[in-house]
Structures are given as C-alpha cells and as structure tokens.
Design a protein around this ligand. Structure first.
Ligand code: ZN
Length: 167
C-alpha cells in the first residue's frame, strides 16, 4: 500500500469526468487499498480516485461505520435537504455551509464485482453525493451559492498562484 499526494484545486484532474472501470483486476484492488491508506492518513472521511490523480470511477469512504468502497457508483435516489459545513481534501482547510439532499442512495460494484448499495441520511448521504460529484469532475465549490462561489474561487486562485498579499 502507498500514501499518495492529494491533488488540490486548481489541478485539472479534479475537473475531468472519470472513466468507468472496465474490469476489476489487481490494479483496481491496489488502487482501493492505496485510496484507503491515503484517506485515513489525511485524515478524511471520503476520497475519490481523481483526487490521487487516477481518473477512474472509484470512491472510498468511512463515516464511522468502517471502510466502504464502490467501483462505478451511480446515484439512484436523493431526497430532502440538509445544510452542513462541508470540506474537501482537495480544497484543504476550508469549510462552507453547503445545502445538498439529506438522503442519498447509490449503487456500485465491490472488488469482487458484486453489486453493492449504500444509503443514508446526514453524513452517509453527504459523502455519497460529494464523492460521486468528484467522479463527474465537480468540486464542492460548484455547490456553493453563486456569490459565495465567485469569492471562494477568487481567493483560491490568488492563493494557488501566489498572488495573495500579506493579509
Ligand atoms: Zn472532496
């Protein structure tokens, strides 16, 4: 297993829709292992493969119930709404109150190629929505209200390119 550096905004891989995993082989198993190790080391509660530079549809998460993973996950259902202070390992040390569905249900494959489903309110629903967004090249910034997003993008770009003053 290996810990990978986590790609951060504005890395283009984070904006790129990830490809479906065509076959679950040892490479995919190793990727999932590495993603767990990287996520726990960060530490974080969820990680999508593009965040370590691998543009494939794989997510891992652990919101306290143990390690979960999904290959080629698809969202089946969302409902309700819940605003929660959300962060992302790819936009480090920033949190915004983000409104998303309260409940989410997703289906994917496990490493044995069997269908698995995860569903839940609150943190489970949140992490499913957040990580599946990553696979579409969508960052949490795009879930912010327009004005907040514009300011956040300006701040992050200034920071990323070293344009920020001493404030
Ligand atoms: Zn994230």
């Amino acid at each position: 297993m290996a810990i990978f550096p986590i790609r951060t905004f504005p890395d283009a891989v984070l904006r790129t829709p990830a490809a479906e995993v065509p076959v679950i082989n040892d490479g995919v198993r190793r990727l999932v292992d590495d993603m767990f190790e990287t996520m726990y080391a960060a530490p974080g509660v969820g990680l999508a493969a593009p965040q370590i530079g691998v543009s494939l549809q794989v997510i891992v998460f652990d919101v306290g119930g143990g390690p979960c993973h999904m290959v080629n996950p698809v969202m089946l259902e969302t409902s309700g709404s819940w605003t929660y202070d959300e962060g992302c390992l790819s936009v480090p040390e920033r949190y915004w109150g983000i409104k998303r569905a309260g409940f989410a249900r997703a289906r994917g494959l496990n490493l044995d190629g069997e269908e698995v489903e995860y569903a839940g309110d609150e943190l489970v629903g949140r992490v499913l929505q957040h990580e599946i967004d990553h696979l579409k090249g969508i960052l949490l910034l795009e879930r912010l209200p327009r004005r907040v997003r514009k300011q956040a993008l300006r701040d992050l770009r200034e920071e990323a390119f070293g344009l920020k003053g001493s404030r």
